[in-house]
Design a protein around this ligand. Structure first.
Ligand SMILES: Cc1cc2nc3c(=O)[nH]c(=O)nc-3n(C[C@H](O)[C@H](O)[C@H](O)COP(=O)(O)OP(=O)(O)OC[C@H]3O[C@@H](n4cnc5c(N)ncnc54)[C@H](O)[C@@H]3O)c2cc1C
Length: 351
């Protein structure tokens, strides 16, 4: 009989974020498919009551918590100690947690301490016929594997964006405080502040409906024999702002910046999509001035609807990589799209 511990850290305002609700959704439906199993909740953070109340009706038999100023920020020593204490208090055989950077850092070490095993980047969990299996992608999302483990406890980090978030009602949860013995050196790492780009300079938005990809074509000489990088920058920036889109890039465009050439000022290697970049999840994607070669498009694995704008009708997107290819000048198309989006934002119906 499995005891499933849903493990989450709270946000700075004490709430529980969407990736955690997704992991809870997976934990709750796994529990339903395993007769006789128990679901428990383990929360870590400076304050946890708000989060516990938000998920009070999830069907958990116990709510366990580790709270206090020492657990406000991500830090291996305190996070690992808290997760270890919660897993032991729950006598968990399965631990499901959102694959946030905070848990990614701490939970594999916790599995080692508990004599268990950890699997990261899990995108599917099933408990049919009492046998639990998880699936994840390998070789930069080229192959999907399904695996089972006999070893317990089994710590499973669920990839954000891969599950339906739990959607039950809020209520009042009674949280049992779990004591944690912190090692003497746990305060060796102190968080002195957070440096992050201003909200409107943040171009990577995992929750955005649209992924806008910029390719190296934006920096190339155009029909008039000139490059128009500043114009490209403005068009892309406006489109991101108006559509609240997330910005992706091809490797070539990112690499041009590394070589000191003029590229989009708000682009970093973190925007790169593909084999050696990221594999984001968005309902829609629009590639612009990007050829659509395999090492790039492999990063589009989880983009549901794919479109591309390219001058070349024989570009990679034309070979089954995009649902729709617009053979057109991306400068002209994006200028028109921005005009329509701006008009829509002002409530003007264009004629
Ligand atoms: C081991 C390895 C790993 C790699 N990993 C990655 C990776 O993770 N991600 C990645 O992106 N690449 C990766 N690559 C590189 C990849 O193979 C391509 O070289 C790269 O994606 C090409 O980038 P691009 O399409 O932006 O540039 P280009 O190939 O230069 O294409 C530019 C495109 O812009 C179009 N264009 C120009 N002007 C306009 C206009 N006005 N309107 C419309 N279209 C226009 C052109 O027709 C052209 O198709 C990898 C390569 C290797 C060998």
């Amino acid at each position: 009989m499995e005891t499933i511990l849903f493990l989450a850290h709270t946000e700075t305002d004490g709430s529980v974020a969407k990736p955690a609700l997704e992991a809870l959704g997976a934990a709750a439906s796994l529990g339903e498919s395993l007769p006789g199993s128990k679901l428990m909740v383990g929360l870590v953070g400076e304050t946890i009551q708000l989060a516990a109340d938000r998920i009070a009706t999830c069907g958990a038999t116990r709510f366990l918590g580790v709270a206090g100023a020492a657990f406000a920020s991500s830090r291996y020593a305190t996070d690992a100690a808290a997760a270890e204490a919660l897993a032991k208090a729950a006598q968990a055989t399965l631990v499901l947690a959102p694959a946030t950077s905070r848990w990614h850092r701490a939970l594999p070490g916790v599995a080692q301490r508990l004599g268990g095993r950890a699997d990261t980047h899990v995108t599917g969990i099933s408990g049919s016929d009492g046998a639990i299996s998880v699936s994840r992608w390998y070789y930069r999302q080229r192959m999907e594997g399904t695996l089972r483990r006999a070893q317990r406890p089994w710590l499973i980090l669920v990839d954000p964006g891969s599950q339906q978030p739990w959607q039950g009602d809020a209520g009042q949860a009674s949280v049992e405080a779990v004591a944690v013995s912190l090692p003497d050196n746990c305060q060796r790492t102190t968080v002195v502040g957070v440096r992050e780009p201003a909200a409107d300079a943040q171009t990577i938005r995992p929750d955005a409906h649209l992924l806008l990809v910029a390719g190296a074509g934006w920096t190339k000489k155009q029909a008039d024999g000139q490059a128009h990088v500043k114009e490209a920058e403005q068009l892309i920036f406006n489109c991101l702002k108006l559509a609240r889109a997330s910005l992706g890039s091809s490797k070539s465009l990112v690499d041009l910046g590394g070589e000191g050439q003029a590229v989009l000022s708000f682009l970093t290697h973190l925007n790169q999509i593909g084999q050696t970049g990221s594999t984001p999840r968005h309902p829609k994607g629009l590639a612009t001035c990007c050829h659509g070669e395999e090492p790039h498009t492999v990063g589009w694995r989880f983009i549901v609807e794919r479109r591309a704008i390219n001058l070349d009708p024989n570009c990679g997107w034309a070979r089954g990589k995009a649902d729709v290819l617009y053979v057109a000048d991306a400068f002209a198309v994006l200028a028109k799209v921005n005009q329509l989006l701006a008009a829509k934002a002002c409530g003007i119906v264009p004629v």
